[in-house]
Design a protein around this ligand. Structure first.
Ligand SMILES: Nc1ncnc2c1ncn2[C@@H]1O[C@H](COP(=O)(O)OP(=O)(O)OP(=O)(O)O)[C@@H](O)[C@H]1O
Length: 266
């Protein structure tokens, strides 16, 4: 059986600030390969600038790769087939504020993907959007709300609602939990885990937090200066990191988190 996602040799280089043909190119991501199974969660970790967001964007089709291929259930994805990509792989960003249009109601924004990708009638779209709102723990009444009327946590629920609207197989979340305070973050994580159970979604989480990784990830992929240096089951990587950098990365973050927790308790 084929993997839900297979990434083969995906890489990205950028030109310098001036986009002249002779400008030197810098490598943001060296050829990277990994697989993801249905209902599985992969965490992408690494220090700042290691290429995490670049990899996430390439998988979600937000940016085009310089080389490499992506296969969804064994079928190759092409850059120009945005419809196929949009339906199956959705992305949630860190800043739900910025990804929502302040001028349009929540209902209108959730209706958009349905308008372009389904043949549902206006009334059916309306019903469907209300159903999705309830599914992510909001109310049907939120349909008429504008983004500024919602809390940060509610906006992140809307971002999740928009991501699941087309029943995708994969959701890529780029630091989607970082702006939330710990109690809201826990609620959002639980919501995402419930949706995963119910819909069989596979997640790719870009995160700096080993605590979150421990809680949700089946596998971890670690990038160092654009190079994948580990791709392993979470349990194994946390207990036997093998490489000093991996150990240091996981340990450092744990230490920082523990320190922060201690400070908050004081
Ligand atoms: N549009 C771009 N043009 C030029 N260079 C870029 C562009 N986007 C990213 N880069 C470079 O690619 C490298 C990887 O960036 P990326 O944002 O993927 O890192 P990251 O691991 O997600 O970092 P962070 O944790 O800070 O978000 C960095 O050196 C960055 O400066």
């Amino acid at each position: 059986m084929s993997h839900v996602l297979e990434v083969k040799g995906l890489s990205k280089t950028f030109r310098g600030r001036r986009d002249w043909p002779w400008s030197p190119r810098s490598v943001a991501l060296e050829p990277t390969s990994f697989t993801l199974e249905a209902g599985e969660t992969l965490a992408i970790m690494g220090e700042t600038g290691s290429g995490k967001s670049t990899l996430a964007k390439l998988v979600a089709g937000v940016d085009n790769a310089s080389s490499g291929d992506i296969y969804l259930n064994g079928q190759k994805l092409y850059d120009n087939n945005t419809k196929q990509r949009c339906q199956n792989i959705r992305m949630i960003f860190q800043d739900s504020e910025k990804s929502l249009n302040s001028q349009r109601t929540i209902g209108q924004q959730l209706e958009e993907p349905l308008l372009f990708n389904t043949s549902l009638s206006a009334a059916e779209r309306d019903d469907y959007v209300k159903k999705i709102l309830r599914k992510v723990g909001l109310l049907a009444e939120h349909y008429e709300f504008y983004p500024h009327m919602l809390s940060t946590g509610q906006k992140q629920r809307v971002a999740i609602a928009r991501a699941i609207a087309l029943e995708p197989q994969i959701i890529v979340a780029d630091e989607a939990l970082v702006a939330l305070d710990p109690s809201v973050r826990a609620q959002i994580i639980n919501l995402m885990l419930d949706l995963q159970q119910e819909m069989g979604i596979s997640y790719i989480f870009v995160t700096h937090s080993p605590q979150i990784v421990k809680h949700i990830a089946d596998k971890i992929l670690i990038l160092y200066r654009g190079k994948m240096i580990a791709f392993e089951k979470t349990e194994l990587l946390l207990t036997e990191p093998q490489q000093p950098y991996v150990e240091q990365l996981l340990h450092e973050h744990l230490t920082t988190e523990h320190l922060n927790q201690k400070r908050q308790k004081r």
